[in-house]
Design a protein. Structure first.
Length: 255
């Protein structure tokens, strides 16, 4: 796979109506950053089967997508994710995963029946993800789509294990940032010249003494990132616009 694009799918009506606070987005952005990776998109949606199916399909349709899905893999009537994953990514059928069934029965004994054992009904080709808290397995498909419980205590160790397996070596994402005393319109022509391998952003803000804009340029190719960043520096110096550079500790040095 080329450079992956990571997506979070956070499923839970209780998050949208604020009965429960989301803890997945901040965790996922932080853990990816530690690996030199970044999140491309995040979705928080209701426990609605049609919406879950279409969201999974959309993410799967994007090249090199990797999905971390949180919630909805339990055995209660509002847990739709196992079936939705089967519809979105397989033939729509759930089959009993014998290893998962055995884990559930060994862990819960008679309490596995009649409801909890249903968690062993998974899409065809599912691989199990170990649950370090209560041993109830989660699952993945194609080593790209990872379906985990909504409980952070269970799912977050799974994400760490997945990333350590997929990316045993940390990558370096080179970023260069400046803040200039001008409007962002000064940089539009340069922005239009940015290579597709370079991520760039422009964050304007109006203060009482005038406009400031923070320009950030990043790439896995350090030389490419530097050359792109130098284009902004050259324009600022040509027009004698004051600016400040950020070093790796986010401290600025005036120019």
């Amino acid at each position: 796979m080329s450079q992956p694009k990571f997506f979070a799918l956070i499923i839970g009506t209780e998050i949208l109506n604020r009965r429960r606070e989301d803890r997945h987005f901040d965790f996922l952005t932080d853990i990816l950053s530690q690996k030199g990776l970044k999140l491309t998109g995040s979705f928080i949606i209701e426990d609605d089967p049609a919406l879950i199916i279409q969201t999974i399909k959309f993410i799967a349709s994007l090249p090199n997508s990797v999905l971390f899905s949180f919630g909805g893999i339990g055995s209660t009537p509002d847990d739709h994710t196992r079936k939705c994953a089967a519809i979105a990514l397989r033939d729509g059928k759930l089959i009993v995963h014998e290893e998962a069934r055995q884990i559930i029965v060994d862990t819960l004994g008679e309490r596995a029946y009649p409801h909890s054992v249903r968690m062993a009904e998974l899409p065809k080709g599912a691989k199990l993800l170990y649950n370090p808290i209560n041993n109830m397995p989660a699952f993945s498909l194609d080593e790209r789509y990872f379906f985990m419980p909504g409980f952070p205590e269970m799912s977050h160790p799974m994400v760490k294990e997945i990333l350590s397996h997929l990316f045993p070596q940390n990558q370096i994402y080179h970023r260069y940032t400046l803040t200039a005393l001008c409007r962002e319109n000064e940089f539009i022509e340069i922005m239009e010249q940015m290579p597709k391998e370079v991520e760039f952003s422009s964050l304007p803000k109006l203060y009482t003494d005038g406009w400031r804009v923070t320009i950030s340029v990043a790439s896995y190719d350090n030389e490419l990132a530097k050359r792109a960043f130098d284009m902004y520096i050259q324009l600022l110096e040509k027009k004698h616009i004051p600016y400040g550079l950020y070093d790796e500790s986010n401290e600025t040095s005036a120019k």
